[in-house]
Design a protein around this ligand. Structure first.
Ligand SMILES: [Zn+2]
Length: 270
């Protein structure tokens, strides 16, 4: 058995022994693993879709969302924008302690109605990746007025393309059109800003990364599970997906607190 494998097994045994303690208190999780998480800044990027009462995995209920925001506040997290993240990665800009990006994909209207007031209450801002053709044209999605208000209140609005087409499925002409067209819509409605994108359905490859970069985007977010640090590929940034489940809050706390640890142990793909 290789040394690294033996190490992983020791850690797993330790985790199994610690499980009763972990399950007893979500708050205790971060306390117990703090020494392991502290070597170098790690940025937690949460990925939500909907905040409402639909009975689907992509919908976190408003009550659950409030509980999660309250937990993050009590744990001392400070929200940053994608621009702060890239300024840190590219220019060593200082980040606050426990930097956190709260991202939403697709631009659902419930982000404005249900998530925004709660985040405001806890002093958090977020990042919403919108599908620009859906805005103000389908009642399930945000309007440009709502998007504008969110931006004026510290939210960052990014691209999720014009049509939510998986980017690995289309030719370069369509790909560039989706990238440049959504960027132009953001410029037109919200004023010029740095461009960031979340890949629709998470689909990307190195060719897509190259075109995204050529089209002037500073970075791109995936749905790959993990935390981000200085060494991360800016065009393949990991996030922590937050889904509804029977044990949403428990799973939320575990994901927020243990992702870096598991990543470092090589227990999840990064
Ligand atoms: Zn999407």
């Amino acid at each position: 058995m290789k040394k690294s494998e033996r190490y992983k097994i020791i850690i797993l045994v330790f985790l199994l022994l610690a499980l009763p303690f972990i399950m007893s208190s979500p708050k205790a999780i971060s306390e117990s693993f703090k020494p392991l998480l502290n070597d170098g800044p790690n940025i937690t990027i949460l990925n939500y879709h909907k905040v409402d009462n639909m009975k689907i995995a992509l919908s976190v209920s408003p009550e659950e969302f409030e509980q999660q925001m309250s937990y993050l506040k009590s744990e001392g997290y400070t929200t940053i924008s994608p621009k702060d993240l890239m300024d840190f990665m590219e220019f060593d800009k200082e980040l606050p302690d426990k930097p956190l990006l709260i991202t939403f994909d697709d631009g659902y209207v419930d982000n404005y109605l249900n998530a925004y007031p709660v985040m405001k209450k806890y002093g958090f801002t977020g990042t919403i990746f919108i599908v620009t053709d859906f805005i103000s044209s389908d009642e399930r999605f945000l309007t440009w007025d709502q998007v504008k208000e969110l931006k004026e209140n510290g939210f960052y609005i990014g691209s999720h393309t014009m049509q939510h087409i998986p980017m690995t499925d289309v030719n370069d002409e369509i790909l560039r059109n989706e990238l440049l067209g959504s960027a132009a819509a953001l410029d037109y409605h919200l004023g010029k800003d740095d461009y960031f994108i979340a890949y629709p359905t998470g689909a990307y490859n190195s060719h897509v990364e190259k075109i995204v970069k050529e089209c002037g985007y500073r970075a791109a977010f995936t749905i790959q599970y993990g935390n981000v640090n200085k060494a991360s590929n800016p065009y393949a940034l990991e996030r922590i997906p937050i889904f509804k489940s029977d044990k949403t809050f428990r799973s939320f706390c575990l994901r927020v607190n243990l992702t870096s640890f598991f990543q470092r142990m090589g227990l999840i793909r990064s």
